[in-house]
Design a protein around this ligand. Structure first.
Ligand SMILES: *Cc1c(COP(=O)(O)O)cnc(C)c1O
Length: 450
């Protein structure tokens, strides 16, 4: 059977308004390591990248859109770099590998990856094999760590991993066997580095104390594998107290000792997400994996204690739309599904073309706001699938086509204000991570300042 490499159709250029230079000709071809002994074949893909087609800016009639400010991504990355240099007491500074899982937290992984690679990010992290392949398709050349640790039920997933030079996180002996088998099959002639995940308390993925011996024995039996990194994931790095996190780090240190005593010398260790990176320099090790902070959102909005440093981060995403309809209602008029809101005074109501199917959470009804002219207008009535109403009674001269900001800042004739992802998360009983990743594929992303 011929070895088939996975190819990802490159549709970025037609889908997203980015300058042509971000998409270089040929960059859609995965970079196949020649030492893998395989050439990219023309036959069809085996592992497909699920990339639901997102509304393209050029095709969008509706004004609802997300603006992704790439200059802010660069700023945040550099800010975190200089911050971590100061924070590392030892003089040795951890590398920052930004996490671009879930389509770069909804910002568009491809454009972000290109931007971060140009800003000299030494590596990137994703969750899925498919996400790693997508970034190779976008022309990313540097190391990509696939953290989710799941490569499919069949060998082709692991072959795709190897052929795309993705670095897998592994957490059990069977995976190691499968990777070793695939490497032999591909006649891969170098040692293939993998990162071993240790479960230090998250209870999700990772090798437990009991399993470590078996896993290390498997590494010994599979000469083609190299235990290049050790990692863990922290459950409570954003909690007010860091005691649980310190407990996890102790478990991680013990596991590291056991690994080293068994004769292995992993060159990197990593544990820190954004919160641990900012709050706990002892969690830095050789590299850190911030996600949310790179997108300009602080992982711990609530604690302003000395324990939580605040580098100057700039939110990368703004979500905008515009007024499409206005109506004047008498006292007592009710609006929206379930008639959840009733006019207590003669009211002017504006309708915006964005609803929960776009990622505007239903929990915002009666609580959240949008910005019009730089001032807050309350969301009234139920948020429906495609449309939402806001009370603009006090907004003199509001007209159809006026810009409405759902997430981000706005300056206008009434003032200046900002709706943060944290604010939306509070009203919707969620977290900023979910607010960002919920902006759906129906909302086209426009890239600014590439
Ligand atoms: C998502 C994720 C991160 C990044 O977390 P943030 O809180 O967004 O910084 C780091 N490591 C792993 C394993 C993750 O899944």
């Amino acid at each position: 059977m011929p070895i088939r490499t996975t190819t990802v159709p490159s549709t970025l250029g037609s889908e997203e308004s980015k300058p042509a230079e971000l998409e270089t000709p040929g960059s859609a071809q995965p970079q196949t390591s020649s030492s893998a002994g395989s050439a990219p074949a023309a036959s069809g893909p085996i592992v497909r990248v699920l990339r639901p087609r997102r509304a393209a800016p050029a095709e969008a009639a509706r004004a609802t859109r997300a603006e992704i400010n790439l200059a802010h991504v660069r700023h945040n990355y550099r800010e975190l770099c200089s911050w971590i240099t100061q924070a590392s007491a030892s003089g040795r500074t951890a590398e920052i590998w930004p996490v671009l899982k879930a389509d770069g937290y909804g910002h568009g992984a491809r454009a972000l990856a290109t931007t971060l690679e140009r800003a000299d990010a030494p590596g990137l992290c994703v969750s899925l094999l498919e996400e790693g392949i997508e970034l190779r398709g976008a022309g990313v050349r540097g190391p990509i760590l696939v953290m989710g640790g799941y490569y499919g039920r069949y060998r082709d997933g692991i072959e795709a991993l190897v052929n795309h030079r993705l670095t897998p996180v592994v957490y059990d002996a069977d995976q190691l066997q499968d990777i070793a088998t695939a490497l032999r099959y591909l006649r891969f002639d170098k040692r293939f580095g993998v990162h071993l995940k240790i479960d230090t308390g998250m209870g999700r993925l990772g090798v437990t104390d009991d399993e470590l011996g078996t896993v290390l024995q498997t590494f010994r039996n599979c000469a083609e594998l190299e235990l290049a990194g050790l990692m863990t994931h922290l459950a409570c790095a954003d909690a007010p107290s860091l005691a649980d996190t310190e407990g996890q780090l102790q478990v991680f240190d013990r596991a590291t000792d056991n690994v080293r005593r068994a004769g292995f010398a992993p060159t990197v260790r990593h544990a820190a997400n954004s919160a641990a990176m900012l709050r706990l320099p002892t969690a830095h090790f050789e590299m850190v994996r911030p996600g949310i902070a790179v997108f300009g959102v602080h992982p711990c909005p609530d604690h302003h204690s000395r324990q939580t440093p605040r580098p100057k981060l700039k939110p990368v995403m703004r979500v905008l739309t515009e007024v499409v309809a206005l109506r004047d209602l008498p006292v007592g008029a009710r609006i929206g599904y379930g008639y959840q809101w009733k006019a207590a005074r003669p009211s002017r109501i504006a309708t915006i073309p964005m609803g929960y199917a776009d990622g505007l959470h239903r929990g915002l009804a009666g609580r959240g706001h949008v910005l019009i002219g730089g001032r807050r207008a309350p969301i009234v009535g139920a948020v429906s699938m495609d449309l939402t109403m806001v009370d603009v009674t006090d907004f003199e001269g509001v007209a159809v086509r006026d810009e409405v900001v759902v997430l981000g800042d706005q300056r206008g004739r009434f003032g200046q204000d900002t709706i943060t992802a944290d604010e939306i998360a509070t009203y919707s009983g969620s977290i900023s991570w979910e607010v960002l990743t919920s902006i759906s594929r129906r909302v086209p992303r426009f890239y600014r300042e590439p």
